[in-house]
Design a protein around this ligand. Structure first.
Ligand code: ATP
Ligand code: MG
Length: 466
């Protein structure tokens, strides 16, 4: 009888352990070992013989490989094509992750419908919804989704057999397979419930093999876990060619699609969509969306131009410094790292002369953007100082700079592109490191080269009232 062994696999780093333990020996993470049954290896003498006599694989010279970059398929959903690096690569496997209800199924149904309309044969496998639910969504979207074949199945072997089988009524070879979602699919070669780490990884690996062998592009939807990873194991992200995260605030109707890994294009590109009754609509000018309505500019608001991949995006930073009620003052950061906020408050106190020791400080990036670029430092510090003094910053000014611990304003990269975007959105003044002042300045823009945070504050809100 075949013996089913099990291993304890770390959901963080994927390392296997023979015995359970509270801590992973490999990456040091706690409570991440999961028991996973492993299919018994072929143990008979004949199987061992067969393993020894495997035929050699055929090597191909790279110049003999056919196909070119121009073979990418465009969906016509421009933001989606842009994030992928210019369209869909045949035979690629793309993981689309996101929180529940963010719009993953909507996006991929729209993509499938567009590709079908462009002449590609597509198959949508739903393990979560009934055919009627998917049809109702397609009707709501108003896309020509009639030609998309729908399969409601969760067993991987059946899904692969269905995808591989020729369609009698349709002579075209399958071009795109959508799996909604990887957590519902399971294989009968492994024990364990669908969604467990072993199942997810094995199913993803088999789908990847299918994609490469047949040149079918496979889109896989993955639920984001509490920790923010897709389906727990980072290894799933290692397997696939491209990882897209679909993000957004539940209460706002815009969504951001971000590539965090891309074997066929650059990463950190973003695509911005708006969720409407008729589905996801690309947003042509994200800066206008994030800047929103800035007509009555109060104190505590500053604008920064970020680089999201190759694209500059303007965002508004809002800060509110209010007298703390009792106890330790609060620091609340939305869209930026809380530790970064603490550091900037310390720099502001020590180098800018604006102490917030007895104030609650709230800092928010408008529009639900999450900012990691240090170029936003100067805008955050300026917004806080503006709120502390209750004096508004110049209305159409953009602040670009990383702050050093000495209060010095550091240069940011790609200044010309940031300034061009700022000018396009009607900004007239820019504060940045004097060493970063570019040679070409957009017409109508005044660039103020500064050395330190104190210089910026003196030029914009004046000295602090004591
Ligand atoms: N009539 C409508 N008008 C506007 N937006 C809608 C409408 N119906 C649904 N939505 C939006 O679509 C979202 C659900 O989309 P979808 O089912 O594609 O999400 P999902 O990420 O696949 O969710 P799950 O994780 O549950 O599978 C809702 O949160 C809502 O924002
Ligand atoms: Mg869904």
């Amino acid at each position: 009888m075949a013996r089913v062994r099990s291993v304890y696999r770390c959901t963080e780093c994927g390392a296997d352990h023979a015995k359970w333990s509270g801590k992973c020996d490999s990456c040091g993470a706690w409570n991440t070992l999961n028991e996973e049954p492993v299919a018994a290896a072929p143990a008979t003498k004949r199987a061992r013989e067969q393993a020894r006599t495997h035929p050699a694989a055929t090597a191909v010279r790279l110049d003999a490989v056919t196909g070119s970059e121009s073979m990418r398929w465009r969906t016509g959903l421009d933001e989606f094509d842009f994030v992928l690096g210019g369209g869909i690569v045949p035979g690629a496997m793309v993981l689309v992750g996101g929180e529940p209800g963010i719009g993953k199924s909507t996006l991929l149904l729209q993509v499938a419908a567009r590709l079908e309309a462009a002449g590609q044969r597509t198959m949508y496998v739903s393990g979560e919804e009934s055919p009627l639910q998917v049809k109702l969504r397609a009707e709501r979207l108003g896309e020509q989704a009639g030609g998309v074949s729908l399969v409601t199945e969760t067993l991987l072997e059946t899904i692969l057999a269905t995808a591989a089988a020729p369609d009698e009524s349709d002579p075209r070879a399958l071009a795109v397979l959508v799996i909604d979602s990887i957590q519902t699919v399971h294989t009968d070669t492994l024990e364990g419930a669908p969604g467990n780490v072993g199942q997810v990884r094995e199913c993803a690996a088999r789908l990847m093999r299918f994609a490469k062998e047949r040149g079918v592009t496979v889109f896989v939807i993955g639920h984001v876990t509490k920790g923010g990873g897709i389906a727990g194991p980072k290894t799933l992200e290692h397997i696939v060619d491209t990882v897209l995260y679909f993000e957004g605030e539940g209460s706002l109707d815009h969504r951001i699609l971000r590539a965090t890994k891309n074997r066929f294009g650059s990463v950190d590109e973003i695509g911005v969509f708006r969720m409407a009754a008729s589905g996801l609509l690309p947003v042509d000018n994200p800066s206008a969306l994030f800047l929103g309505d800035r007509e009555d500019i109060a104190s505590g608001s500053a604008v920064c131009a970020l680089m999201e991949g190759t694209r500059p995006v303007l965002v508004e930073v809002q800060a509110l410094a209010a007298r703390a009620g009792f106890g330790t003052p609060q620091r609340v950061a939305n869209g930026i790292d809380g530790r970064r906020l603490a550091l900037l408050l310390a720099v502001l106190d020590k180098r800018g002369g604006f102490s917030c020791a007895d104030l609650d400080v709230f800092c928010n990036i408008v529009g639900g953007m999450r900012v990691q670029e240090p170029a936003v430092d100067l805008a955050i510090a300026a917004a806080i100082a503006s709120s502390v003094t209750d004096r508004a910053l110049p209305a159409n000014a953009v602040f670009l700079g990383e702050l050093g611990l000495g209060g010095e304003v550091r240069a940011v990269t790609q200044v010309e592109r940031r300034l061009a975007e700022a000018a396009k959105l009607g900004m007239t003044d820019a504060y940045l490191s004097e060493r970063a002042v570019p040679r070409r300045i957009p017409p109508g823009m005044r660039v103020h080269g500064v050395k330190t945070l104190a210089d910026v504050l003196m030029q914009t809100i004046g000295p602090r009232k004591q």
